[in-house]
Design a protein. Structure first.
Length: 331
C-alpha cells in the first residue's frame, strides 16, 4: 500500500464494473484509511481531493498531530514553519476559532491526539486550544509565561487521556499542588519538565510520585542533582520492583553544552541516566515533529541508547546528537 499510487487505486475502482465502478463504501473507507496511515503523511494530502466521501474519511487522520504558532521563525536559510513541515497542519493560534467554525462539532476534540503549542503563542489562546482539543494524549507547550499564569488550563483536558507531556509545571500548577493526585496527570508515562531553577527541588520528588510515570526529562541549571534527598528519590524510583512502575529513563537536557550537568556520581553512572545536548535552540520542536510523523523523538533515542548501554555496546551517558539533515520531517 505504501507504494500504490492514487492512479492505481482509481483504476482498481473503475475496473470493478460489477459494482458500477465503485467498491462497497466500507471497503473504500478501509483502503483509503490504510493509505493515509501507511504513506508518509506529506503524501496523504492529495487523498482529500479524490471525492468528498474520501475527504471525510481522511481529513481526521491528517489532524492527528497539530502545531500551533503565531509567527514564522527563520533558521539560517530555513523556515521552521509550514513551508518546510508541510507534513503536519500548522495553525496560527489567533485564527483557530475561524477554523473551528468550519469543521463539524467536536472535530478537533476527537481527531487531535498530538499537540505542540509553540513559544510564540500568546498565553490567552492556550486554554481555549486545550479545551477544543481536550482528548489530546501527547501535549507539548513551549510558552513564554510567568509562574501561575496558566494555572488551571490543563483542567479542561479530558481526565486520564494524557500519556506524554512537556510543560513548565509552575506555569500550570500552584505551589503545593499534589501532582500525583491530579486527574489530568493520572496516566502520564513520559514527562518533560521545563522548569529549570530551584523549583526543581520540590518538583522532582513530587513528579516521581505520579502513578504512571516511568520516563522523566529535566533541564536543571542548579546543582539539584547533587542534593542527597533528590538523589535518593531518583535512585529509589530506578530500583522499584517491576510491578511498582520503576523509572526507566531519566533524560537530562544540557542546554549549557557538554559537561555542564552537575550530578551525583552514583546517579550519573546509572544505566538509565542519559544526557542530551541539543545543538540548536529550536531542536526540541524539530524533535517533536519527527516523533509525530513516525520517526524517533528523544524518548525513542534515549530508550535505544539505554538498551545498547545495558548490552555493553556503548559507553558513557551522552546521547548522540540529532543529525538535523537526516530527519524525515524536513521535506
Amino acid at each position: 500500500m505504501t507504494t500504490t499510487s492514487l492512479a492505481q487505486l482509481n483504476f482498481a475502482f473503475q475496473a470493478d464494473t460489477s459494482l458500477g465502478g465503485r467498491l462497497p463504501p466500507e471497503l473504500e473507507c478501509e483502503i483509503f484509511t490504510l493509505a493515509a496511515t501507511s504513506w508518509h503523511i506529506s503524501k496523504a494530502g492529495p487523498l482529500l481531493l479524490v471525492a468528498w466521501r474520501v475527504h471525510g474519511w481522511v481529513e481526521p487522520l491528517l489532524y492527528r498531530s497539530v502545531i500551533f504558532f503565531r509567527v514564522y521563525e527563520f533558521l539560517g536559510g530555513r523556515i521552521l514553519g509550514p513551508r518546510n513541515y508541510t507534513a503536519l497542519p500548522w495553525i496560527q493560534s489567533q485564527h483557530f476559532d475561524a477554523l473551528v467554525a468550519q469543521k463539524p462539532p467536536g472535530f478537533f476534540r476527537t481527531t487531535v491526539k498530538r499537540l505542540l503549542i509553540r513559544d510564540d503563542t500568546l498565553n490567552r489562546y492556550v486554554e481555549d486550544i486545550l479545551r477544543i482539543c481536550s482528548d489530546v494524549s501527547n501535549l507539548t507547550v513551549y510558552c513564554q509565561s510567568s509562574t501561575g499564569a496558566l494555572e488551571g488550563a490543563l483542567d479542561v483536558l479530558a481526565p486520564g487521556m494524557l500519556r506524554r507531556l512537556a510543560i513548565t509545571l509552575t506555569h500550570f500548577f500552584g505551589a503545593g499542588t499534589h501532582l500525583a493526585m491530579h486527574p489530568t496527570l493520572a496516566n502520564v508515562t513520559h514527562l518533560r519538565v521545563e522548569d529549570i531553577d530551584d523549583s526543581l527541588e520540590s518538583l522532582i520528588p513530587e513528579v516521581l510520585r505520579m502513578p504512571a510515570l516511568h520516563h522523566l526529562a529535566i533541564a536543571p541549571i542548579t546543582e539539584v542533582l547533587k542534593q542527597a534527598h533528590i538523589v535518593d528519590a531518583i535512585l529509589t524510583a530506578f530500583h522499584r520492583r517491576p510491578d511498582d512502575n520503576p523509572l526507566q529513563a531519566l533524560v537530562i537536557f544540557d542546554f549549557r553544552k557538554r559537561g555542564g550537568v552537575e550530578a551525583d556520581t552514583i546517579l550519573s553512572t546509572h544505566v538509565a541516566f542519559v544526557i542530551w545536548t541539543p545543538t540548536v535552540s529550536w531542536e526540541s520542536s524539530v524533535d517533536w515533529i519527527e516523533g509525530a510523523i513516525g520517526g524517533w523523538d528523544f524518548w525513542d533515542r534515549a530508550d535505544d541508547f539505554i538498551r545498547r548501554r545495558r548490552a555493553g555496546e556503548v559507553d558513557g551517558n551522552m546521547l548522540p546528537p540529532m543529525n538535523i539533515d537526516d530527519l524525515t520531517s524536513l521535506l
